[in-house]
Design a protein around this ligand. Sequence first.
Ligand SMILES: C[S@@+](CC[C@H](N)C(=O)[O-])C[C@H]1O[C@@H](n2cnc3c(N)ncnc32)[C@H](O)[C@@H]1O
Length: 275
Amino acid sequence: MDTIECENIEINLLLEAVYQKYGYDFRNYARAHVKRRVMRRLAISDLQNISALIHEILYNQEVLDALLLDLSINVTEMFRDPLFYLTIRREIIPVLRTYPFLKIWHAGCATGEEVYSLAILLKEEGLYNRVQIYATDFNEVVLSKAKEGIYPVELIKEYIANYQKSGGVGSLADYFNARYESVIMDQSLKDKVVFADHNLVTDGVFGEMNMIICRNVLIYFNKDLQDRVVKLFLDSLCSGGFLCLGTKESLRFSKYYDRFEVLIDKEKIYRKKYC
Ligand SMILES: C[S@@+](CC[C@H](N)C(=O)[O-])C[C@H]1O[C@@H](n2cnc3c(N)ncnc32)[C@H](O)[C@@H]1O
């Protein structure tokens, strides 16, 4: 048995230990991603090998917390992929406008930038008063940052450019207050948002959503887990509800592909078929 095979066994044991001790289930995350992140954790710690990391994980919660951050890549930004937001504005908002009340779920919202982006868009389109937004992530550290809505001021220039490309009709500065090195998002953008801990692997459905936005999350899962999560979204959407994925993600190879209509292929916007 070569070293790579042994490492794979050690990674299986590590993921099993994390699951059995803490309930976080990474066993069906994309193996190349897990391996990269575990190796990085080893390189920056004093540990000799993955077996030593298993021991640390079992007896030291801080090591687990660090590994959770490693495995859940939290990169995000405001109006990320501006053309996606422009498409929502032009193609999806006119449909949403016909509904008296809207329920939207941001799954894997990380530190919340995309949640505030959508809240701004809905405000500008006059739909914010009739929406309930659920913003979830399984990582409590990023979720508490999302709730705070405080971001480094040096990122704002890029966010303003994204906002303009996304079809923003006002000025991004209308939606935050600058304080020294940070900007604080306007309280009104949080009024319609419930931030909640939710694990896509182990937790259940959110009922009757008109739109689910889960961008740049499925990419870290293997095919079986992607299918499981797409089924969770299918069961959480009302008929005609929209599912929005990241630009590098697709439903094309999903077991549930035929339950969706491809609405805008380029922006990975799908619609649950009416039964
Ligand atoms: C790369 S970020 C994407 C953030 C945002 N959706 C975007 O596109 O900018 C991926 C997020 O998915 C979250 N995530 C990963 N696995 C998850 C799971 N099993 N349940 C819920 N969230 C998860 C991570 O914590 C992370 O915040």
